[in-house]
Structure formats: structure tokens, C-alpha cells
Design a protein around this ligand. Structure first.
Ligand SMILES: [Zn+2]
Length: 252
């Protein structure tokens, strides 16, 4: 009688394992999507109203970039932590209830490391990575960690309504910082041309120093034997703003 009961338990466990484990492992192997809040077109014309809280964004990624309500600096998301690099070039921790008008995140899981050799400009870095990517038709999350000979980064100051277009703010008010022999991480994406209406096509990186005290949106740089960690994103998701500013904007 006792043996029968044990057998029954064993059978139950086997059935459970066979039915649950494959689903679990499939879920684990499923690639993470890239996820963006709003569109670059909306940001370009000055829709700086927050569309998602960081708390909500955290559910979609632990790695990425963007900006904050009112275009209040550059966002870096790294290892699940959010940083706000204000126009003084300093990286600040951010509260979960802060909102973002535009951001791009994913759960970063390194698929491969591209080891590039020699000294190169930012443009050459892009070309070298491009040559090693399997196709230009998929989005990639890219992380470069190390010491960089030279990085030129920028940030922008918080705006007040009525908001001006991004190009005006950048040309008149951006602060530019030159960092030499700086240790840290470049967090970014390389997106295919067909996403150009909704996001930055090509490369877009934000930088944060290894002590997490400074950074910004990457404008230019020099690289020595850089290593690019890459993840292919085979799904792209968007969250469109639920606010009047977005609805009234001339996005045509
Ligand atoms: Zn940027």
C-alpha cells in the first residue's frame, strides 16, 4: 500500500516535470524584445511630456537609454539601475516615479563579443561592428565596457512648456564634455534603416563612467581595441503615449 503511494507520487512528479520544464526552458530561451516609449519623431518636435514611469519601464528592460520628462538630461539604464545625467554632466540616481517621454530598453543578454583591434574613430568603430553583424535588417543592443582614450558626450537642460524642438535645444543649450582615458560603459543600440521614422536608425550610445558619476549622449570618440558585446533583437515593441501632447502633435 505504501509502495503504491510512493509510485503514485513519482508518476505525478514525472508528469509535472515533462509538462512544465519544456515551457519554462522555452520561455528562458525566448529572445527579449527591444522596447521603446513613444517615437523619436514626437521627441524631435518637442513632445517632452512623460509617457511612462521608470517603474513601468523596468518591466521591459535592464539596459537602455532615453531622456526624462521636460528633456531633463540623458538616461542610462545599466544592470537594472537608472541614471540621469543632467546638463552639468553629473549622473544622478532617479526615483521610480519619474517619467520618460522617450526611451529604449531591453533585457541585455550577451550573445557574442566582437573583439576589434587597433585604434579607431567612432565612425570606424561603427563600420567595423557593421561588418561583423550577421544582417543590417535586425536591431541590436550593444554594450562596450572598458577604458576609452577619448569620448565626447553631451547633455541637455530641463525645458519648460511651451517646448521647443529638440534640434533647437541641442544647438543652443547642450553642454558638451570631453572625457580622456575614461573607464566606463557605452550602452546603446544599432537599429535598421526601416525604423528611422520611430527611432534613431544606426548607432545611438549613452555613456556612464565606471564610478557611475558622469556620462552623456555620445557625440564622438576614439577607441583602442574595443570589445563590443552584442545581442540581436528579433522583436521590437512600442508603447505610445497616452497624453494630449502626443495626440495633438503634428507627426505627419
Ligand atoms: Zn541619446
Amino acid at each position: 500500500m505504501k509502495l503504491k503511494r510512493y509510485l503514485w507520487i513519482v508518476v505525478c512528479l514525472i508528469v509535472l516535470a515533462v509538462s512544465v520544464l519544456p515551457a519554462y526552458s522555452q520561455q528562458r530561451l525566448q529572445p527579449y524584445p527591444g522596447f521603446q516609449v513613444s517615437t523619436l519623431g514626437a521627441l524631435n518636435i518637442g513632445v517632452y511630456e512623460g509617457a511612462s514611469t521608470l517603474a513601468k519601464l523596468k518591466g521591459h528592460g535592464d539596459f537602455g537609454l532615453g531622456t526624462f520628462e521636460g528633456l531633463d538630461g540623458e538616461m542610462v539604464v545599466l544592470n537594472g539601475k537608472f541614471y540621469q545625467i543632467k546638463s552639468d554632466g553629473v549622473a544622478y540616481p532617479v526615483a521610480d516615479d519619474i517619467r520618460t517621454p522617450f526611451s529604449v530598453v531591453t533585457f541585455f543578454r550577451r550573445e557574442k563579443s566582437l573583439r576589434l583591434t587597433g585604434q579607431m574613430t567612432y565612425k570606424e568603430l561603427q563600420q567595423q561592428i557593421n561588418e561583423r553583424l550577421s544582417t543590417p535588417n535586425l536591431p541590436y543592443a550593444i554594450r562596450l565596457e572598458g577604458t576609452f582614450p577619448y569620448l565626447k558626450v553631451r547633455s541637455v537642460p530641463k525645458q519648460t512648456p511651451p517646448y521647443r524642438p529638440l534640434s533647437e535645444v541641442v544647438s543652443q543649450q547642450q553642454s558638451v564634455f570631453e572625457l580622456r582615458n575614461v573607464r566606463g560603459t557605452l550602452v546603446g543600440f544599432q537599429l535598421p534603416q526601416f525604423l528611422k521614422d520611430v527611432n534613431v536608425a544606426g548607432y545611438h550610445f549613452h555613456f556612464i563612467t565606471s564610478d557611475r558619476k558622469a556620462g552623456g549622449h555620445l557625440l564622438d570618440g576614439k577607441f583602442l581595441n574595443p570589445v563590443a558585446d552584442v545581442e540581436t533583437l528579433r522583436d521590437w515593441q512600442m508603447m505610445l503615449p497616452n497624453n494630449i501632447a502626443f495626440e495633438k502633435a503634428s507627426l505627419e
